[in-house]
Design a protein around this ligand. Sequence first.
Ligand code: GDP
Length: 452
Amino acid sequence: MNRDHDIIVAPATAPGGAIAVVRTSGEGALALCDRIFRGRRPLRDAEGYTVHYGRILDGERIIDDVLVTVFRAPHSYTGEESAEISCHGSAYIVSEILRLLIAAGARTADPGEFTIRAYLAGKLDLSQAEAVADLIASSSQAAHALASTQMRGGYSEALEALRDELLRLTSLLELELDFSEEEVEFADRTQLRDIMTRIDAEIERLRESFSLGNALKEGVAVAIVGAPNAGKSTLLNRLLNEERAMVSEIAGTTRDVIEECANIGGVLFRFLDTAGIRTTDDRLERMGIERTMQSISRARIVVLLTDATTLAPTGMPSAPDFALRPEQTLLHVVNKLDLRPDLDLPADTIGLSARSGSGLDTLRRALRNAVDTAALYHGDVTVSNTRHYEALTAAHEALTNALRGLATHLPTDLLSEEIRQVIRRLGDITGRGAILPDEVLGNIFSKFCVGK
Ligand code: GDP
């Protein structure tokens, strides 16, 4: 039996709420619900987009009073006949409803199976389906904006446009093959090169956007570094508003790299807590320093914290003893300003007191300003998915090969095959024009929660 036609069922809400939703989908789902539901009239006679009050019964026993939303094919998330049963949010009630529906002939849905069906029914392409998972997981305004643009298909449209153009090129090339005896050139090679170069530039732009897109999704990595006792742990705790990192008077006791997140101005920041940088003979401390260096290289923003009590009155903090890449931002921060009200700090230095909290807003603003999200809110496509990034990289490599082939006068059939490679790699992202193996699909959808 083809599992794709089973009636599937799953809880769609997380435990703990006042209301829970059990979702079911598949041909015959409404008649199946009728076997455990008593309302004014059977659900199988109901129109789509209507809600019905009634009871879930196990024989004569009343399980709960519920509301059932009816969807008719093809006007549902999956494109199939579906019902959503809203019951009281008790784990027991939910499990009873699931048990009864399964006894009546449904089966438990796999993770993401509702969305797989939506994809197979052509309601969403793959990148949109993946955006659904990102949308559910989004924990900041920026991550939400990323996911929702992708879900609404902005990204798919951009990719389709590139694919269409490449398809047009290959068909011109392939036309030449049909006339190979006559040595005609339908595709002007100079024009071909210009178009391919332009498409490659667009692919490169998408690839470059991944660094920011991924950071916004996973949290922008920030390393807070400085000498032991500069107040790194105190500052981190302040930023997180909780006491998780170990705060200690003993120099160099923060040895473990821990990661915590905070939402600042609509962007998620991931703090890489680090041990202090300083020269030492102590082996453990040295391990801490190595980790600090790793954190610095992983960070997008490095906060260099200096203890105000170690500064001369001009307040000029010493230069960092590590190098940053051009895309990394360095913020000079002087802490414990409460102990040194006399300090006259340079303009590019943020002064604060991690203990009292004064000056912290300036740091938060500086962190937020270090992340340029303008593109995100101006409709530019930003790539945030690792799978897409890899496909774009493969497309770029294939396009580089094709351009090389063009320069070296590769025979038309081989050239056209190189371009077809690019088309395939771009198609992998949306799942359009590509036949994806089941394992690839399984991999993508296994990251979903059950019920989505
Ligand atoms: P770390 O080694 O850099 O993580 O430094 P800690 O956060 O453990 O702080 C070292 C000491 O400095 C602790 O006793 C903190 O209470 C103290 N401290 C941190 N920030 C401030 C501040 O803004 N003002 C004052 N007066 N003390 C601070």
